[in-house]
Design a binder for this molecule. Structure first.
Ligand SMILES: Nc1ncnc2c1ncn2[C@@H]1O[C@H](COP(=O)(O)OP(=O)(O)OP(=O)(O)O)[C@@H](O)[C@H]1O
Length: 329
């Protein structure tokens, strides 16, 4: 189980402090998949990197991250190297730049396996790699090839196999299908869904694509400008969205039905995270904004099973103010 409590990631830059992730809390239970969605620049990748502790040097991390009861935030780099790949892994969006082109696939597997288990022989590491390659639909005989000899979709499969060779219990997948065409995208999503069940993994799925999370996630977190503005079950997010930003995001999904030819979009643009607006960060673009929204940052409220960071719900009935996020149902 992953528990993120009051996580903040601030970057130091020439323009000042960039509050990329600002007081975000949630949890992902064993076997569960949380989809994290939001526009480009809202802090999704930063959050994934914070959990892996692979943030750039100009980043500062505050708050707490617990993985299976271990406090990751307190671990040093040596301890992190032990759990990365073995307990928790991250599959990146661009296999072309993340995979070393001058290494054969088998050597990539040997490197990963032996970094964690130096006593495992090269032959055994290659066997382990071959078995996962088969699981991702690649003939193990391709072990002797270089990654540039694979198509985009196949490279993504190799990335997934490398990430899973040590059978981690938690996988972070950052835009796993962005660079692929739609047919290959669908195949990769199906593959990830199959592997997640077979390997019994929990997953944090980072994407701007609401279609991808619809297929894979159990619950969905919506991020806006460094804040987690809503988190709930997939069904609640799609059929009973509460936050005005979640509603706007759903309205802006392209619809193939010819009757709905007007694509809605969210007017304005997200704020500069170096100078976020006072109050709610979405208020300048929100059609429901009230005076308080421009003055005070909203608290998180629990309403109909959804945790929503929005003043609209302050006076709702069955409502409870949540101090630390992550619905605990
Ligand atoms: N190394 C860095 N130094 C300073 N600012 C950074 C750095 N990396 C990211 N940022 C800023 O932090 C904010 C969040 O970026 P992040 O990449 O996490 O967002 P994202 O939602 O994953 O976007 P995308 O989908 O485009 O990758 C952005 O304003 C970005 O410009």
């Amino acid at each position: 189980m992953l528990e993120v409590k009051n996580l903040k990631v601030y970057y130091k830059s020439e323009e000042g402090i960039i509050k990329a992730v600002d007081d975000v809390s949630f949890n992902v239970k064993d076997g569960e998949t949380l989809g994290l969605v939001g526009e480009s620049g809202c802090g999704k990748s930063t959050l994934g990197q914070a959990i892996m502790k692979i943030l750039p040097l100009n980043a500062r991390l505050y708050g707490e991250i617990q993985l299976n009861g271990q406090n990751i935030t307190k671990m040093n780099e040596k301890q992190m190297r032990e759990i990365r790949g073995r307990d928790i892994t991250m599959i990146f969006q661009d296999p072309m730049t993340s995979l070393n082109p001058i290494m054969k696939v088998k050597d990539l597997f040997v490197e990963i396996v032996r970094a964690h288990f130096p006593d495992i022989s090269e032959q055994k590491a290659i066997e382990m790699g071959g078995s996962v390659l088969k699981d991702v639909g690649i003939d193990p005989s391709r072990m002797n090839q270089y990654t540039f000899q694979f198509s985009g979709g196949m490279r993504q499969r190799v990335m997934i196999a490398l990430g899973l060779v040590l059978k981690p219990s938690f996988v972070i997948s950052d835009e796993p299908t962005t660079s692929l065409d739609v047919i290959v995208q669908a195949q990769i999503i199906e593959l990830m869904s199959k592997l997640r069940d077979e390997y019994q993994m929990s997953m944090l799925l980072i994407t701007h694509d609401l279609g991808v999370v619809a297929q894979l996630a159990d619950k969905i977190g919506v991020m806006y400008a460094g804040h987690l503005v809503e988190i709930s079950s997939k069904e609640n997010i799609y059929y009973n969205p509460k936050h005005p930003y979640t509603k706007a995001l759903l309205d802006s999904i392209p619809n193939t039905d010819i009757k709905y030819k007007d694509l809605k979009y969210i007017p304005g643009s997200p704020p500069d995270l170096g100078k976020p607006p006072k109050g709610c960060r979405f208020a300048p673009r929100c059609e429901y904004a009230m005076d308080i929204c421009h003055e005070q940052e909203p608290k998180s409220f629990l309403i109909e099973g959804s945790e929503v960071k929005c003043w609209l719900y302050e006076n709702s009935q069955d409502l409870k103010h949540v101090n630390v996020g992550g619905t605990n149902d």
